[in-house]
Design a protein around this ligand. Sequence first.
Ligand SMILES: *[C@@H]1O[C@H](CO)[C@@H](O)[C@H](O)[C@H]1NC(C)=O
Ligand SMILES: *[C@@H]1O[C@H](CO)[C@@H](O)[C@H](O)[C@H]1NC(C)=O
Ligand SMILES: CC(=O)N[C@H]1CO[C@H](CO)[C@@H](O)[C@@H]1O
Length: 199
Amino acid sequence: MITTFCLFFFTSIQVRAYFAQDLTSSEMVCYEEAGCYSQTDPWVSVLRPFPPPSPPEEVDVGFYLLTRNTEEGPVTNYKVKLNNRYEPIEESLRSLHYQSSKFATVFVIHGFTASINSTWMSEMAEAYLSRMEFIEDNHSEETPNLQKYIFQKIPGYASVMEEDVDANIFLVDWGKGANNASYLQTAANTRLVGFLISK
Ligand SMILES: *[C@@H]1O[C@H](CO)[C@@H](O)[C@H](O)[C@H]1NC(C)=O
Ligand SMILES: *[C@@H]1O[C@H](CO)[C@@H](O)[C@H](O)[C@H]1NC(C)=O
Ligand SMILES: CC(=O)N[C@H]1CO[C@H](CO)[C@@H](O)[C@@H]1O
């Protein structure tokens, strides 16, 4: 009980000190090509003592695209890293296998302490892609599964062309920004990751 109280007291002093220090600095932090981040309420307040996101070169966001259909035929392991990381990515996408006509575009984004090296990320993408193959072969049958459910939510799903039964799956890597010793810093970095994904 006493320990808890002391801990709370100590934390609240830390929070106030941090907040006071932060308010005297800039209320808006901007990065060229990577957005501006308000350091005022509701983003940052006494109960949310978050620092600004780290600079984009420190968060180091990268995108990997996996698709099923490539010029070489259907594969489930096609992987490429977009070169131009902070520019709008349309130009880079055009040279890849990204197609907006594909059935779905999916972003797989990791969290705290993970990175693109976390094997579950590519496993999830491959599971998704192989599931699409499954529905392609089975979509007239009564098989309750996730892909069928998504298919049914799209008007005209039954007329999806066979070559479009594929997905653009982006694995989003921000491993350097997600492995900061400060959890608050990592949490703040998600704002920058979200901004770059939306570009
Ligand atoms: C954590 O983030 C801060 C602020 O960007 C940075 O100065 C520091 O180097 C980072 N630490 C690690 C281990 O990445
Ligand atoms: C992922 O693995 C590669 C190769 O082993 C390494 O160079 C890179 O730093 C790792 N990334 C992270 C965020 O751990
Ligand atoms: C034609 C075809 O590939 N059918 C598949 C439908 O899904 C079942 C699993 O429930 C597979 O075993 C079939 O091969």
